[in-house]
Design a protein around this ligand. Structure first.
Ligand SMILES: *[C@@H]1O[C@H](CO)[C@@H](O)[C@H](O)[C@H]1NC(C)=O
Ligand SMILES: *[C@@H]1O[C@H](CO)[C@@H](O)[C@H](O)[C@H]1NC(C)=O
Length: 289
């Protein structure tokens, strides 16, 4: 059973690759952002709160802070280093942590691992994808832009894969062109009105500006969610999308080694044990089903 499922998956991948080759080169930035800090802060959902309800793994620029007000706060100006391979990407990306609960009731954080073929310390794999047709333009995010996808309260398998613990967080790709944020951190962006990003589906009239497809991958459960605060320096991301760069190779864009990326770290603001056995989840977060 397992073997036949695996071969179906492999065939699916081959079919996808073949169809991508037929029509266009599927260009995409794909790179690693190592762990910056494990921390109970959430500048989007709980701005200014020292000790958000649950903890996160944060990656990216080291100016990550409990409060990062839009417009005034540009991570590319506040940060002195980043954990991302692209050395001009000072954005912050964060996701909730997965905990293992032992039979005796104690909890332990499941460590994040760097993706196959990439180097770093934990963290996540980040993708920025321009339309697969090889020509449609996207508008890179603006300084101060942020968004959230997912729902920490979700407890069912709606729209998610039931087979394992790797998730892919796929952000919306259409923007209203005006607001860098919205009260729920979601309404200023939207998914294509028909079709999908992959099929170059049109953006709804309310959100006409086509954004790069931002994807983050890491292991977790249904309540997983991803937060993003844009922080690329200048127009580096726009240039990468316009040039249809792939992987970590992009003329004119700076990169750094895994050693340099992992040297960028940040001290916890909320001092908490992140690796040991715990009697309760950090912040005494309730377990709900
Ligand atoms: C957060 O950022 C602001 C503005 O840069 C700074 O004044 C403040 O000290 C920072 N707070 C922490 C806890 O780093
Ligand atoms: C549960 O098991 C772990 C691993 O053996 C141990 O470190 C922890 O102290 C135990 N917790 C309790 C409450 O006994």
């Amino acid at each position: 059973m397992a073997r036949s499922m695996l071969s179906i998956l492999v065939l699916g991948l081959l079919a996808r690759r073949a169809s991508a080759q037929c029509c266009a080169t599927a260009a995409m930035l794909r790179f690693s952002c190592s762990q910056l800090v494990i921390e109970r802060l959430d500048p989007l959902v709980s701005p200014g709160v020292i000790g958000s309800p649950h903890n996160h793994q944060i990656v990216g620029g080291n100016s990550f802070n409990a409060s990062m007000p839009p417009v005034e706060y540009d991570p590319s100006k506040e940060s002195t280093c980043t954990t991302c391979t692209f050395s001009e990407d000072f954005s912050n990306y964060w996701t909730a942590n997965l905990y293992f609960r032992a039979r005796n009731g104690s909890f332990k954080r499941v460590p994040q691992m760097v993706n196959l073929g990439l180097e770093g310390n934990g963290g996540i794999t980040v993708y920025y994808i321009p339309p697969y047709d090889g020509k449609t333009k996207v508008t890179a995010f603006k300084p101060g832009f942020r968004m959230l996808v997912g729902d920490a309260m979700l407890r069912t398998a709606t729209g998610m894969c039931g087979g394992g613990i790797r998730t892919t967080i796929t952000f919306p790709t259409c923007w209203d062109g005006q607001n860098l944020d919205s009260p729920d951190h979601k309404s200023h962006v939207a998914y294509p009105s028909t079709g999908s990003f992959e099929t170059t589906g049109p953006c709804p009239a309310s959100h006409p500006v086509r954004l790069p497809q931002l994807i983050m991958g890491d292991p977790t459960g249904y309540g997983q969610h991803g937060d993003y605060v844009f922080g690329w320096k200048g127009d580096a991301l726009q240039r990468a999308m316009d040039q249809r760069c792939t992987g970590t190779t992009c003329p004119g864009l700076g990169t750094q080694s895994a050693a340099q990326a992992t040297a960028c770290t940040k001290e916890q603001t909320v001092k908490e044990d992140v690796d040991g056995w715990l009697d309760t989840l950090p912040g005494n977060a309730p377990i709900t089903y």
